[in-house]
Design a binder for this molecule. Structure first.
Ligand SMILES: [Zn+2]
Length: 531
């Protein structure tokens, strides 16, 4: 007797092999049988003729670090068919926290002060993982340790290389976190405080990760003019430490850099030919989303929020910030140069009295206020204490398709569920890959798209138990209509659930059935090595 039986589904098993029609049974949380026709009885039968059954999708790159604590029943991911989210990306995780810099660590991870509802009552990575699991999230969660979070814990927002003692502190915290089940380490070398680190610092920490079998994910130092140098740095970390390297949200940002896509791919392919384990993730949109603080030159970010606010309030320093944004600084990726104020749109901010700015470009909002856009941005960052999110149009869709189709590319949304008018990737990434890049552009086969969302990602994570429809593995699965499964979230109306989803299981339990949540919350914290 099975718990659950899907009848006559088109099985896309995650490995990339062609789909086949079969019955798929689940029992005790695992796939129990896959066969052309199963005669055994089941507690519940789901007719699946004409529908595709795939392993539950894995969002390899997201920023839901607080979401599972605050809204464990949240539907944003599960309604895309996602059953496992990887948090702690771009250098920012919610653990470990140093006792004296707890709030600073949380504020850094969430991109602004007072964004976490409640008091952070954890400190170690193990405590954070237990807290996520204790909240009974609707999806599974795995996590990277953020290098920026380690740096905040060891040395705050100091603009200098780490001392040997500080590096020891970071390595110790990192080792403990990996032992507690983190799948690897991420850097955000484009953001403070990660950008204050030397390559050698990252190599030293990479060794700690490599020794324990984790991987190194990097939001590289520069995705625009300095793209190729930044890729070299990421690869140097792999070479210097022996850790597998994963490039986060591979892109070529800024019109002038679109032509660098081929050279970027060639670099990664050459490293792979040399035997390095290098992979990447991509999100299926040609506009990005980040903090408005990304327009601020690095020197002005020393000291974190307090440091930035003090400089914005000082006329001489503020004038220097504006000059550096206008003119740029060598080696620094300047998001204003990538996009321009017309293509930088305010997506989320915290003050109730300024909510109307969400959805407006900086150029338009500044014009409406009769202000110079540079000065307007400085004022807004000062008023909101740096906590402003933006969407920036900076990529070309042909490059996105090129990167998505690379055999070593996987899917990660990079989404941060945080209110406002977020990037539509938060609600739409996974069905969008299938609508836009499988059905409309025919860049990928359905089987290959699914592989990039399942088996390939599980292999990257070292979670051997997941990512494939195979007897004995965890029964996380998604059932959808391959002809209609689509994102509906748009730039103008981003908080909309997809259509064409028929069912989702987590650990063999139906969590979504038709267009209704069943109330099951079976998510676990998935630890490296499967503990
Ligand atoms: Zn990032």
């Amino acid at each position: 007797m099975f718990d659950l039986l899907f009848r006559q589904a088109l099985v896309i098993d995650g490995t990339g092999t062609p789909g086949f029609v079969a019955d798929v049974a689940m029992a005790d949380g695992r796939f129990a049988a896959v066969a052309p026709r199963l005669e055994a009885r089941a507690a519940q039968i789901v007719p699946a003729l004409g529908l595709a059954l795939a392993p539950g999708f894995i969002d390899l790159h997201c920023h839901s670090d607080a979401y599972h604590l605050e809204e464990p029943a949240g539907e944003i991911k599960i309604r895309q068919g996602v059953t496992l989210e990887v948090v702690g990306n771009c250098g920012a995780s919610l653990a470990p926290l140093a006792p004296l810099r707890k709030q600073m660590g949380v504020d850094y991870c969430l991109g602004g002060p007072d964004r976490f509802r409640g008091a952070p009552d954890w400190q170690t990575y193990g405590q954070y993982a237990a807290k996520v699991e204790g909240s009974r999230p609707v999806v599974n969660v795995a996590g990277l340790v953020g290098h920026g979070t380690l740096r905040v814990a060891a040395m705050g927002f100091a603009n200098r290389p780490a001392t040997p003692t500080e590096l020891d502190t970071m390595a110790g915290l990192l080792g403990d976190a990996l032992d507690a089940g983190a799948v690897g380490m991420s850097t955000g070398l484009y953001y403070a405080p990660g950008l204050f680190a030397t390559t050698d610092e990252v190599i030293a920490l990479g060794r700690v990760v490599g020794r324990r079998g984790g991987y190194y994910a990097s939001h590289i130092r520069n995705e625009a003019e300095g793209l190729l140098d930044a890729l070299d740095e990421a690869l140097a970390v792999g070479r210097g430490s022996g850790v597998p390297v994963h490039i986060s949200h591979l892109k070529a940002a800024g019109t002038r850099n679109w032509a660098k896509a081929d050279a970027a791919v060639a670099k990664i392919e050459a490293a792979r030919r040399d035997g390095m384990d290098v992979t990447c993730d991509v999100y299926p949109y040609h506009f990005s989303s980040t903090s408005l603080k990304a327009v601020i030159p690095p020197w002005a970010l020393e000291g974190g929020t307090d440091g930035l606010v003090a400089r914005l309030a000082n006329p001489a320093e503020r004038a220097k910030i504006v000059r550096d944004i206008r003119e740029g600084l060598p080696g620094w990726e300047n998001i204003y140069h990538n996009a321009g104020w017309e293509k930088i749109v305010i997506s989320a901010l915290d003050s109730p009295e300024r909510q109307h700015l969400q959805g407006q470009s900086v150029a338009r909002a500044a014009l409406a206020g009769g202000a110079d856009p540079f000065e307007w941005v400085m004022d807004l960052l000062l008023l909101e204490r740096g906590a402003v999110n933006i969407i920036a149009g900076s990529m070309h869709e042909e490059n996105v398709a090129r990167f998505l189709t690379l055999p070593f590319a996987m899917i990660g949304s990079d989404g941060a569920p945080r209110g406002g008018r977020p990037h539509p990737r938060v609600y739409g990434t996974f069905p969008r890959v299938i609508r836009r890049f499988v059905r409309e552009l025919r860049s990928l086969s359905l089987e290959d798209a699914v592989r990039k969302m399942t088996a390939a990602s599980a292999d990257r994570l070292g979670l051997a138990d997941r990512g494939r429809i195979q007897v004995g593995r965890q029964a996380d699965a998604v059932l959808f209509d391959p002809d209609t499964f689509s994102d509906t979230a748009t730039f103008e109306d981003p908080c909309r659930y997809p259509v064409g989803l028929a069912a989702v299981t987590v650990g063999g339990r139906l969590v979504v059935h038709g267009d209704r949540m069943t109330g099951e919350r079976a998510g676990r914290f998935c630890r490296r090595g499967g503990r």
